[in-house]
Design a binder for this molecule. Structure first.
Ligand code: MN3
Length: 220
């Protein structure tokens, strides 16, 4: 994944219909090729006007929001966030044919420990994550994050990320209606019951390990 200007919308890491019947191919096509593409294009367009910002990575643009030029701040937050959030979301879902085996894979020890410590169990974490996702008013995301001491569930509106608050994203769930409207209409609850079991915990572990600066990385 390129983390610097000019940003590229890489293909999905699986076919559009790989999440069927839980998330339909048309939704995935529109979500990736239209919605995410628009964020990529707009982010590149803003950065073209600000060459000095082109040396910042995607994460730095999000983390150092306070230092960005006032007139570009909102556009950068929305579009850099849109790129970051969608990349994490798409990479964080498991193709259905791999799901059986990936679900059988236990959490890596350190993530398992952190989940148990904070939530009691993976099921309990998933319940809390779903509640948080349902509580997002309008468009936004529900996140599993590392706060420096433990795991937490947080939500963000629009394309905001938890990064400016010093929280390290482990995984997110997109609850914008475009993520589920074609199939589930406005029934977010129904979408969440389908998407949560598709979470790629192997990928979550990689993100978690990156949050920890690889300090406690288990043997892969
Ligand atoms: Mn989206």
């Amino acid at each position: 994944m390129n983390d610097y200007f000019p940003y590229v919308n890489y293909p999905l890491p699986y076919p559009y219909d790989a999440l069927e019947p839980y998330i339909d191919g048309e939704t995935m096509y529109l979500h990736h090729d239209k919605h995410l593409q628009t964020y990529v294009d707009k982010l590149n367009a803003v950065l073209t006007k600000y060459p000095a910002l082109q040396r910042y990575s995607l994460t730095e643009l999000l983390a150092y929001e306070g230092q960005l030029p006032d007139e570009a701040k909102t556009e950068l937050r929305n579009n850099a966030g849109g790129v970051y959030n969608h990349r994490m979301y798409f990479e964080g879902l498991t193709p259905v044919r791999e799901r059986r085996s990936s679900m059988a894979v236990p959490f890596q020890d350190s993530l398992q420990k952190a989940v148990t410590q904070e939530f009691g169990s993976r099921k309990a974490l998933e319940r809390k994550w779903k509640e948080a996702a349902l509580s997002v008013f309008g468009s936004g995301y529900a996140w599993l994050v590392w706060d420096g001491n433990g795991l937490r569930i947080v939500t963000t509106p629009n394309q905001d990320t938890p990064i400016p608050k010093g929280l390290c994203p482990v995984m997110n769930i997109d609850v914008w209606e475009h993520a589920y409207y074609l199939k589930n209409f406005n029934r977010r609850n129904e979408y969440l019951d389908k998407v949560i079991p598709l979470i790629n915990w192997k990928k979550a572990y990689e993100n978690y390990a990156a949050c920890m600066g690889n300090a406690v990385m288990d043997k892969m």
